[in-house]
Write a protein that binds this ligand. Sequence first.
Ligand SMILES: *Cc1c(COP(=O)(O)O)cnc(C)c1O
Length: 428
Amino acid sequence: MERTNSNRLHDEASNHLVGGVNSPVRAFKSVHGTPIYFQKASGAIVTDVDGNDLVDFIQSWGPLIHGHSHPQIIGAITEKMQNGTSFGAPHTGELELAKKVKGRFPFMDKVRFVNSGTEAVMSTVRLARGFTGRDLIVKFDGCYHGHVDSLMVKAGSGLATFGIASSPGIPKDTISTTLVATLDDEELIEFLFSEHGHEIAAVVIEPLPANNGLLIQRTEFLNTLRRLCTDHGALLIFDEVISGFRFPEGGYGGHVQIEPDITALGKVIGGGLPVGAYGARSEIMDKLSPLGPVYQAGTLSGNPIAMAAGMETLEMLTDRSYHDLDSLGAILESAANVVLEKYNYPMRFVRIGSLFWFSPGDATPPSRADQIPSDAGVMFANVHQGLLERGYMLAPSAYEIGFLSTAHKEEHVLGMVSALDDVLKNLM
Ligand SMILES: *Cc1c(COP(=O)(O)O)cnc(C)c1O
């Protein structure tokens, strides 16, 4: 595939934008490539500036559960913006979306909208500290919660790719109140609570960790977190920025019937526009300004256009959509397994609903970050490159997952698997 225009633009952009990008995983660094410039996208397909069409399994890293430029979402945005792009004042769009979110997350009495997943999680941590009057936060090795200072310790996503356990620019004091636990490990978390139980404000976890591979947790483990938090007066925060609205029950918490105290949302909730949200029971939410002392604000929060995109996205997510997404996922899964077995290639296919991951290595798919082989990146780079050459786009990192949307059809997933067959044949 010709990429002359993309390469030229990347060279030019590198003089003006850091690394030519506005978010590090877009840089293709870990797969030794250069970023692809897009000119347009529709459904499952993106078209790059050299005129190549690619089947997209990134879908803007999760938000686009209905694919690119869905006509109904575009229609809702277009109609809404005729009335103004931002009010800085209440409007019915916020109210409607809040009700819609509560419909899928019934434990929430109240919702607060923000502009990104990072902002949502950051605010839940402040709220939990304000509510409990405690400082300590527990997070897990391999969970990514956006670039929140206090949670950028052993995070995933771009940080897993670049092997940065933490980041310069974060004062020691900021992370001195963060305890890092290991996923899928009851003993360690029991120990942390026995030592610090009365000082822990909250346990923050992606109940379906999906930024460092797809590290599916045992429900018993999540139940242990629930019990420990309740017993010690700490709050359980589910970061469902990536998993929220990927399940018919709402989030992964609903899917496994575990109720957190606070849930953070993002990605799908904005339908491709910048939206984050968090919600909890009134007792907790009423601690927020203007009712309570915990401050959190936003000039563009609850933006009318963004609310309209989110509303249309959630309205279209019927039980039927989830059923279809899961069926398509099952088709991809069985076809991918046949090909991986045929070549005995050291990769395992992991899937839950519309989220999937090629887990590097021969072993049973991992449930903890430290079980991912250290040469994962090398194993993945060739597969990524080969698929891209054949018109199928996965995220440019071994640690990022793939996303199916309601716009993907059987031909797209089976096409990817037959491309994979060809790639592996050439690699073996
Ligand atoms: C993407 C993500 C975030 C950060 O959201 P942004 O909108 O990128 O700030 C936080 N937590 C999880 C689990 C995510 O997947």
